[in-house]
Design a protein around this ligand. Sequence first.
Ligand code: NI
Length: 264
Amino acid sequence: MYIDVHCHLTGEEYEANGGVEEAIKRAEAAGVSRMICSGFDLTSSLRAAELAERFESVYFCAGFHPSELKKYQSGDLEAIERLCKKEKCVAVGEIGLDYHYDDNPTREKQKELFLRQLELASSLCLPVVIHSRDAAQDTAELLEQNAELLKFGGLMHCYSYSPEMSERFSSLGLSFSFGGTATFKNAKKVQESVRQIPAPLILSETDCPYLTPEPFRGRFPNEPKLVKEVVKKLAELKEKTIEEMQIQIRENAARLFPKLYERR
Ligand code: NI
């Protein structure tokens, strides 16, 4: 069985190929037993919650991605909070810091909403799913200063920083998920991080519709069924069999996201 802990199924990318329903069915047929559909603003969080209601294998997280804060309006956080109280919401996310593009919201604004959403997660006893791009130092500092808000754990999704940096995050109790980028031939740093991060802290994701893994790199849209290519690469890097890696990831996911396995 495979688990995709971070995917985006709420966009229009799947329309051409039978709709998102078909993408979910293809994933289930390929052995993907759990998918966590991640919100990145209020609309996508609402849609993720709807998908989770319709499909047994789909769970979700709700939150505001740092690059999407331009859309943020007062009252949105209260709406996110209501979504987070739903049975199939497993985390607050994706939240974090993204300094990649110059026209992203200001760093102050990003930090403020990141912190408020960390507080929300802690108050709801939920873990967080963290997006951090070109902002390693500020992300680590903000989390270290607010370590008490991480008592329900968290995930550094699509982890792209160095192995050294990963030790700062793991000492805060955080886990790491890897997607298509870990399969790319030129992704030496990411692969070195996979090798060095302890196996009990590693999870698999697709971050679809982007970052399609090898050997399908470049194909659009990516979809959850391709998480098996990611797991294959993770197994190789951790010197495990694919089955051992699947079992390890299942254990790690159950520990970090207990709500994934609470329902009957
Ligand atoms: Ni994402």
